[in-house]
Design a protein around this ligand. Structure first.
Ligand code: G3P
Ligand code: CA
Length: 231
């Protein structure tokens, strides 16, 4: 099973910060997952539409300027990073799952990815784009069919794997509360990888292993890597 550091190694460092990214790299994860919004045309890495939960500020991202957001403390004195800073920090050392949280992110992300290939030692197949907004995934595939997309769902509708196959997805990303053997088998038969979030508990890791899932998103990468090595 692959290990995705969820929002970076967010069980150890403030989520979606460069500290969490560096910690995940030090833990030698297979991939890092980050959440992406847009502020004044800049791609920024933060989970919510509001800054309240993860910074010392208040307000909605689209009501604040990029400069105002960059002045906030995202934990341990960290700024809310730009996606470009995340790419520069990873510098091609692991895979990156970019979860698009906002409209209008596709074109700037694709431009940045083209740059990252040249500047930061990435290859296209190191990127996996996911979103709960499947219109954005469809848009990515329409523009650059060679890029991998992961269909993200909070639940697990019976026909979801079929839908993801029609989207030409590489993977389905499913909430752990809804995963079951029938779903895993169906996705695999359709040629889809199954990645499950968020899996921190050791018993859950064992269960995912026995279900045959292909990867887990975890806030505690080292604990998960050690547990997987002993399965
Ligand atoms: O990509 C998996 C997971 O991160 C999706 O949910 O809310 O943590 O972004 P959320
Ligand atoms: Ca996410």
């Amino acid at each position: 099973m692959l290990v995705f550091a969820h929002r970076g190694a967010s069980g150890h460092e403030p989520e979606n910060t460069l500290l969490a990214i560096k910690q995940a790299l030090a833990m030698q994860v297979d991939a890092i997952e980050v959440d992406v919004h847009l502020s004044d045309g800049e791609l920024i890495v933060i989970h919510d539409r509001w800054v309240n939960k993860t910074t010392n500020g208040q307000g909605k991202i689209n009501k604040l300027s990029f400069k105002e957001i960059r002045e906030l403390d995202a934990g341990k004195g960290q700024q809310v990073p730009t996606l470009e800073e995340v790419l520069a920090t990873i510098n091609g050392r692991c895979h990156l799952n970019i979860e698009l949280k906002a409209d209008q992110t596709v074109l700037p992300v694709l431009d940045l990815i083209d740059e990252a290939i040249i500047k930061y030692n990435f290859s296209y197949n190191q990127f996996l784009f996911s979103s709960f907004n499947h219109h954005l995934l469809f848009e990515i595939k329409s523009i650059k069919p060679e890029l991998n997309i992961g269909a993200l769902t909070a639940s697990c509708p019976l026909t979801y794997a079929e839908f993801a196959q029609h989207l030409n997805a590489y993977s389905v990303h499913i909430n752990i509360d809804f995963i079951n053997q029938k779903f895993v088998n169906d996705a695999h038969q359709r040629g889809l990888k199954v990645f499950v979030y968020t899996v921190d508990d050791e018993d859950d890791i064992s269960e995912m292993h026995y279900l045959g899932v292909d990867g887990i998103f975890t806030n505690y990468p080292t604990k998960s890597l050690v547990k997987i090595a002993h399965l």
